[in-house]
Each structure stands twice: as structure tokens, then as C-alpha cells.
Design a protein around this ligand. Structure first.
Ligand code: GLY
Length: 443
């Protein structure tokens, strides 16, 4: 197997693949992730968007299947290069990956195929019409979200009431995107959704989709959902594979939206083969799509993959062969809590280059799973590189126990780092349940 990517998500993928004794893993990643390094037969330390490097590594190691972890290589066309050289690949081709890499493609597709769960939006490549559009939403009491059309490494989306004071500041930011050509220099203005976010993934073979347990991520840096937006500070999932604020009907609606999206992508640009990540907002009117990602969520992959009963190899084979309907995809009926350790100051002004000490053996004794993310291993020591560093995961019968396991394991990580203690705590989950109850009783 060829794996592309070197974060904690890819560490979890590597571990899931290595559950099959026959798998030999060859990894191309930009940093030396110690966890992935140990699981790999051979590693190529190259930029994950370097298509020539991917091609020559694949020619050298001759994989049967490739798995692409992050979005950047998908946008660069890594899946196209690999399929074209005869390597079946988990991760969509460039055109199908537009479901993540172009927010305009995503909204247009949902509109064209009348898929439920979309929002009011308009896209612009000049400033003409931007103010009128935002004013027309303001007149109806609607705040906006401003998004560059393309990828910005999670830093481009700004929401009124969070990073933007009001709809006037939203206009200024839209102008900035257009003038400075942020994320491709085109802008999408969308209505702001009010509710509670959740993540739903599907394994997709082009036509069939097998859903994984729903997960909730926590994007804010600080406890109490305060502070800047990050890549995600931690996440949890429940034994019934739903979330405490989601009804069966909400979940079924979200699944139907994703099924219709997969079918629409197939008709529009060809089959989508890989992992589809639906980021939903549960609103008073049911689930709405905030965005799609063409890959596993990070940290959400660390909730899902350890619960998978099948070998991940079997899933990958079914994805590339178009045979997901012939296998039973099953997950343990257990809860999971994942918490990320990040350098102090992350995400705005992170400490870099300092040593982080991780006592692996002690962590293992607590029962927690450990996944390495943005750390560099040099001379037997681990150094912080400025992004999320290590993820700890607890798997157990209930969320409280998972959370306790993770906090116990946290004692064995030392350095200039922090984590959110409140993730997985019942008080925070109750806040979400209460918010949905209020929204629904007002509607
Ligand atoms: N959990 C956020 C992301 O993977 O994009």
C-alpha cells in the first residue's frame, strides 16, 4: 500500500491498514512522523503535492493500492496520476475532489441537482454585486459567511459574529479576497447557519456509500468554545453511532443528502472513490451542509478508524473495485473521545522548535491510543513544529470513561503545550443538547 500524508489522521490510517498482516506500507510524507515511520517499510520525505515525487515513489515500490490522506495532493491531481499509472487509489480524482476544493462547485452542484440541505449563496469574481447581495440578506435579518472559493488551509472562511463583526466587515473581507486573490481570488457569500455542527463520513466507491459513526469536532482553540478557529482540538462519538442531539430522522436526512451528492458528482464529473466528509449544521430546519471534504476529518478519523471492525484494507479494496455493496461495514458499538495536544499559542502564534516529551509506554498502560501529528523526530527527540502535535484517544463503553482515559494519558506528555480539558465532558455535550432543544422549540 502507498500512503500519502504524515499527520495524525494518516497515522490512524497507517495503523488501520497494518491490521492486515499482509500489508506492507510505503509512505510519502513531508515530515518524519515517528508513528508512521515505524509502521512503514520505506518512507519518502517529499512534499505531498509533488506529483513527480509521488510518481517516482510509486514506480519504485509498485503498490497494489494507494490511500491519499490530506486534501492538498487531491487538489494537485495525485489520484489522477496514480490511477493513470495503474494504481487504484482511495481518494477522488481532481475533478471529483472539487466537492472540497471549490466551494462554488459544491454549491452549484447541490443547486443543479436540487439536493436538500443547501443554503442561500452567490459567488463573485469581481466586487460588483457583492454589497447588493449582502444588503439583500441583511434586510431579511440574515448574517453571512464569506468564503474564498478555493483551499486556504482552513484559514479562509470567516463568519459574521465570529471573525467578522457584522455584514459591513463581511463586505471588506470579500473585497480583500478578491483583491489579494486569497484561495484563488473568487468569493462565495452564504447565509450563516445557526445550530450545532456535526461530521458524517461515508466510504464511497463511486455509486455506493457506507456510513461511519457520526462525530462532533471542536474547532475553537480554547475551552468553552472560545478563541480562534483551529484544525480541530478534539472530537467524540457515541456507542449508538449517533450524537446526543441528533435524532434518527436528522441522521437519515444527512445520509440522504450525501447519497444524492455522490450521485450528482458521478453524473457531473465521474465517480467519486474515496472518503466523503459531510460537515453539517443541525439547524431548526434539519441538517444543512456547511461544507464537504474529500478526505477523512482530522481529528475525526481517530474516532472512527479504531472502531472499524472490518480490516481497512477490505474497505479500500471495495472502494477502488466499486464493490462496497458486497461487504458489511461494521463498527464497534463503543464511544470514543479524541483530544489534540497543541503547542502553546496555537493557532495564531505557536511555539516552534521546542522539545515535547511523550512517554509512549506509560500512555499505552492507561489504555489510550496515541497518534503523532506535526512533530519532527531528530536525534531521538521530538520537536514541536507549530501545529497540532499529538492526539490521544480513549475508546470505551461510554464517553465519560473515554474522557477519563485521555486525561489520565495526558499526564505523560510534557512540553510547552495545551489541550482542551472540556472536550468529551458531559457539561459541554449538555450545552449542545440544550441549544438544539431551544432552536427547535422556537421554530
Ligand atoms: N475536522 C476538521 C477537518 O478535518 O477539516
Amino acid at each position: 500500500m502507498l500512503l500519502i500524508g504524515g499527520g495524525a489522521r494518516e497515522h490512524a490510517i497507517a495503523e488501520a491498514l497494518k491490521k492486515s498482516p499482509s500489508v506492507k506500507l510505503y509512505t510519502l510524507m513531508k515530515n518524519r512522523n515517528p508513528g508512521i515511520y515505524r509502521l512503514s517499510e520505506k518512507v519518502s520525505l517529499k512534499p505531498e503535492t509533488d506529483l513527480e515525487a509521488i510518481k517516482s515513489f510509486a514506480e519504485e515500490v509498485k503498490p497494489d493500492i494507494a490511500v491519499i490522506g490530506p486534501e492538498a495532493p487531491l487538489e494537485a491531481g495525485a489520484a489522477d496520476v496514480l490511477w493513470d499509472m495503474g494504481v487504484p487509489t482511495v481518494g477522488p480524482r481532481k475533478e471529483a475532489a472539487q466537492i472540497e476544493t471549490s466551494k462554488e462547485f459544491m454549491r452549484e452542484l447541490m443547486k443543479k441537482y436540487s439536493i436538500k440541505g443547501s443554503v442561500e449563496y452567490a459567488s463573485f469574481d469581481t466586487y460588483e454585486g457583492v454589497e447588493e447581495y449582502i444588503d439583500s440578506l441583511s434586510e431579511r435579518g440574515i448574517d453571512v459567511v464569506v468564503k474564498p472559493v478555493g483551499l486556504t488551509g482552513g484559514k479562509g472562511v470567516k463568519v459574521v459574529g465570529e471573525q467578522l463583526k457584522d455584514n459591513e466587515e463581511a463586505k471588506e473581507y470579500a473585497r480583500e479576497i478578491l483583491e489579494k486573490k486569497i484561495g484563488g481570488g473568487k468569493v462565495v457569500i452564504e447565509e450563516k447557519l445557526v445550530g450545532v455542527e456535526f461530521t458524517l463520513h461515508g466510504f464511497v466507491d463511486g455509486r455506493n456509500i457506507a456510513f461511519t459513526p457520526a462525530v462532533q469536532d471542536h474547532p475553537h482553540a480554547y475551552e468553552g468554545d472560545r478563541g480562534p478557529i483551529t484544525g480541530g482540538m478534539g472530537s467524540y462519538s457515541c456507542p449508538d453511532h449517533k450524537l446526543p442531539f441528533l435524532t434518527d430522522r436528522d441522521l437519515e436526512e444527512a445520509k440522504e443528502i450525501m447519497r444524492e451528492t455522490v450521485e450528482a458528482i458521478r453524473k457531473e464529473v465521474g465517480p467519486y472513490q474515496g472518503i466523503l466528509y459531510g460537515q453539517f449544521m443541525l439547524t431548526a430546519d434539519g441538517p444543512k451542509v456547511v461544507e464537504y471534504n474529500a478526505r477523512f476529518g482530522d481529528p475525526e478519523a481517530m474516532n472512527i478508524l479504531p472502531l472499524l471492525k472490518n480490516h481497512f484494507l477490505e474497505i479500500c479494496e471495495a472502494i477502488v473495485n466499486g464493490t462496497l455493496d458486497r461487504i458489511n461495514v461494521e463498527f464497534e458499538r463503543k464511544a470514543s473521545v479524541c483530544k489534540y495536544v497543541a503547542p502553546k499559542g496555537y493557532p495564531t502564534d505557536p511555539v516552534k522548535g521546542k522539545v515535547i516529551k511523550v512517554e509512549e509506554e506509560k500512555i499505552r498502560e492507561t489504555g489510550a491510543l496515541l497518534y503523532y501529528a506535526s512533530v519532527d523526530e531528530r536525534d531521538g527527540k521530538l520537536y514541536l513544529t507549530g501545529s497540532r502535535s499529538v492526539a490521544l484517544v480513549g475508546i470505551s463503553e461510554n464517553i465519560e470513561e473515554c474522557e477519563r482515559i485521555v486525561e489520565e494519558a495526558m499526564k505523560y506528555i510534557e512540553g510547552e503545550v495545551f489541550h482542551r480539558r472540556d472536550i468529551g465532558k458531559i457539561e459541554l455535550i449538555k450545552k449542545r443538547i440544550e441549544m438544539i432543544r431551544k432552536l427547535r422549540s422556537n421554530s
